[in-house]
Ligand binder design. Sequence first.
Ligand SMILES: Cc1cc2nc3c(=O)[nH]c(=O)nc-3n(C[C@H](O)[C@H](O)[C@H](O)COP(=O)(O)OP(=O)(O)OC[C@H]3O[C@@H](n4cnc5c(N)ncnc54)[C@H](O)[C@@H]3O)c2cc1C
Length: 432
Amino acid sequence: MAAQSDATPDAGAAVERPRVLILGGGFGGLGAARELKDAAVDVTVVDRHDYHTFQPLLYQVATDLLETTACGHPLRDLFHDQPNATVHEATVTSVDLDNREVTFAEMPPLGYDYLVVALGAGVNFFGVDGAADHALPMYTLPDAVRLRDQVLQRWTEADRDPSLIDDGVLNVVVVGGGPTGIETAGALAELYRSNFAEDYPSIPQDKARIILVEAGPALLSMFAPSIRSYTKKALEKRGVEVMLGEVVSSIEPTRVTLKSGTVLDAHTLVWGAGLQASPLGAGLGVGLERGNRVPTEPDLSLTARPEVFVVGDIAWTTDTGSGDVLPQLGSVALQAGKQAGHNVARLAEGKDTEPFEYHDKGTMATIGRYVAVVQTAGGRTFKGKSASLAWGAVHLALLSTGEDRAKAVVDWAWAGFTHERAGRISVRTDTD
Ligand SMILES: Cc1cc2nc3c(=O)[nH]c(=O)nc-3n(C[C@H](O)[C@H](O)[C@H](O)COP(=O)(O)OP(=O)(O)OC[C@H]3O[C@@H](n4cnc5c(N)ncnc54)[C@H](O)[C@@H]3O)c2cc1C
């Protein structure tokens, strides 16, 4: 990929360093920004939050295992050692590729010489009736806190008025048999069957159901059959009811109706069933792929825009080796972000860009305490404790600082030994 002359600042501006604008402070954006630490460029990272979200651990915040600070790290803190980087908290509203300018809801527009778009993805309710109003998604830190608070509130309501229990006040329906649904259902089951069983001894456990609903014929469809059946059994052992081949057709505040006609009494529904890329991808002037993802060139640039790179969940990137489309995973986003940063640095030096090669560390999901499943790129599978350790190692590597890694290890070890979940308190700001 040749360096394009219009991708570098003109000679008259030689004293000015190229401006690199990075949209999104997730795995992709951070990977790109960090890679530019020693480059002769000025980097600006903009995110609508003032923190980086570590999505793989959201379910642990939602089930009181980790504090919010284990899942959200202050973005500014991550750049204290990077003098060429600036952080702004603002919401991107549009990208003008022709004028090389990005607009924001809360501050004046910013121009750029190079742009990295790493705006991620959000929930897709697939138009299910009532989902937008009553389902709780699991994609952001506020989502995780909302679920945690709702579950605590429902148990308090049941404690005050036990007649609500038969109406399903404690029941939770989790939609989606992929990693997000599995992890959430497994963690909720452990919270219910250990901590809440002790906190609320008068409430019978069989009156607090956790039901996992999956439209396909198996859980974790991307894994080998042995992993799929192991996962189902492991969840059922923890008291999760697994319903396969069932599709949610409508959601009301206290009822969930399936296409088969079954009605589930449940006052909480967690949505882990689908993603769609950031709507801002639609403004990038190329035809979008499935899930509104933006197709990229092998070097992660946008077609006909060599100064623009698109990475992470918003991107539709094909693996150079296998020809497969890369999944929406933290490790893909982080590695792609680093490659985009590397390519920006090369362009700024007048060099050609290089194609992205993904190093697959395997696909994995946690079912419960010391129980996980892993499938490597070569198709080898691991289950149970060894898989749990592999999950821990891969996810510690994704955490943004040594301090975050140390905190996570202490929290996991403490919870592992004691079953303790310190987050089981409701702090309301609308009361004393
Ligand atoms: C519940 C859950 C569990 C997961 N578990 C795993 C796992 O175990 N392992 C794994 O590898 N991956 C996992 N993933 C996937 C992984 O988290 C994503 O693939 C990864 O976060 C994608 O990185 P990204 O940088 O593309 O997007 P994100 O990390 O989502 O970052 C996008 C950033 O853009 C910001 N943003 C969005 N819109 C705007 C706007 N308009 N203006 C300003 N800022 C904006 C957001 O605030 C966010 O900080 C999980 C995802 C979820 C939801």
